[in-house]
Design a protein around this ligand. Structure first.
Ligand SMILES: Cc1cc2nc3c(=O)[nH]c(=O)nc-3n(C[C@H](O)[C@H](O)[C@H](O)COP(=O)(O)O)c2cc1C
Length: 381
């Protein structure tokens, strides 16, 4: 693997090693991908005020969030079917979460069971719930998460309908995975991915049985239909979930102050500001621009976690300075797996931690909490 020094280089290496259809499914977003680009552009517009002559010799990245001390103030956002993008990703990321001491978001659609991932991550894992079309399936997932030992449940609320992604449509990408002649050629041109995928077996969602709308086979009850609308889930569902889940509950996909306030009133333990990395609503504003508004509405103490567009240690600092207590990154971790498997992952983690520590020194901060008080100056181009 060639060394990389930023996420763009890492992404480029992943692009070369992954079949095009697979890379596009990871890298892509909905619509014209405007929201995804907007996320990045807005980060670059967040300027932070450096401070001089502060003794920053002893710095720590440790951070307490949701009742747990983490070694770094960032983690991995929940992503479904990670082993499809690079075989062994779920397990490698869980190992890293255990080794370095950060949280792994485990998706409802994970390609390793939620129980295995919790154990592999040494308990450093949060379970992300997609409410399925059946209440029975949803309750089963919640019960399983509790039995496995999860203490944080993230309800993803920004997928009332699965948004189409044009790159996937053009490439004929579907879950469950189908291999036609076009895909076969694409895979054959990327032998490293193809051989390891053959060796590891066809990646599947392991927590739920799936079906697609186009399936003609009779469906078993309580199957999870990825394409089915989750449009019927509303605030009432959140209250019900609050009543049955005794641990930390986080609402993911909040993009405005009124929703954040309503969720806080409904008893959630944290708000997760995110626009799904631009994968759901192309006209969505940049998530980082909404973050200060949500912080202002909730006051200084309410726990906030953030994702969408974080690409460096400096971006993690920008996120904390914009009002979040914790940052998560999605695509960069799978780019790193694509670029170099576990070695790529270790390289990305080193890059993020070194970068964050250096930026903290520049800002006169000796711990992540002090970043909340770093002065943020937004400039408009
Ligand atoms: C391949 C992929 C799969 C994803 N799967 C899920 C999922 O199963 N559940 C969920 O809540 N979010 C999912 N997301 C969204 C991420 O949790 C996160 O919001 C987004 O990736 C953050 O943006 P970033 O990729 O720019 O860091 C997925 C994102 C990607 C790229």
């Amino acid at each position: 693997m060639t060394a990389f020094f930023n996420v763009d280089d890492c992404r480029e290496q992943a692009r070369r090693r992954m079949p095009r259809m697979i890379f596009d499914a990871l890298d892509g977003a909905t619509g014209n991908e405007t929201a995804s680009r907007r996320n990045r552009a807005a980060f670059e517009d967040v300027c932070l005020q450096g401070r001089v002559l502060v003794n920053v010799e002893s710095r720590t990245l440790k951070n307490v969030f949701l009742g747990h001390e983490w070694q770094v103030p960032f983690g991995i956002a929940p992503m479904g079917m990670c082993d499809l993008f690079w075989p062994g990703s779920d397990q490698a990321m869980a190992h890293a979460a255990r080794e370095l001491g950060f949280p792994l978001g485990v998706s409802t659609m994970s390609s390793t069971t939620l129980e295995q991932l919790f154990d592999l991550a040494g308990g450093n894992a949060w379970f992300q719930l997609y409410a399925g079309e059946s209440d029975e399936l949803t309750h089963k997932l919640v019960e399983r998460a509790a039995r496995a030992g999860y203490e944080t449940l993230i309800l993803t609320a920004d997928v009332p309908a699965l948004a189409p992604r044009q790159r996937d449509q053009r490439n004929g990408f579907k879950v469950p995975f189908r291999i036609g002649p076009r895909q076969f050629i694409d895979f054959a041109c990327h032998p490293r991915w193809a051989f390891s995928t053959l060796k590891n077996g066809k990646p599947q969602p392991r927590n739920v049985g799936t079906s697609t709308i186009s399936d003609t086979a009779p469906k078993k009850q309580a199957q999870f239909r990825r394409e089915s609308g989750r449009g019927r889930f509303d605030w009432h569902f959140l209250s019900e979930l609050r009543a049955i889940w005794p641990h930390k509950l986080v609402l993911k996909g909040v993009m405005c102050a009124p929703d954040a306030q309503k969720a806080a009133d409904a008893g959630v333990d944290a708000i997760y500001v995110s626009n799904h990395g631009g994968r759901q609503l192309d006209s969505a504003p940049a998530a980082i621009e909404m973050l200060p508004l949500v912080r202002e509405a909730l006051g200084s103490e309410f726990p906030i976690v953030f994702d969408s567009g974080v690409r460096s240690g400096e971006d993690i600092a920008r996120t904390l300075a914009s009002g979040a207590d914790f940052a998560l990154l999605g695509r960069p971790f799978l780019y790193a797996m694509g670029a170099g498997g576990s070695v790529g992952l270790a390289q990305l983690l080193k890059l993020l931690t070194n970068d964050l520590s250096t930026v903290m020194a520049q800002l006169g901060c000796i711990n992540p909490v002090q970043l909340n008080d770093a002065v943020r100056v937004s400039v408009r181009r």
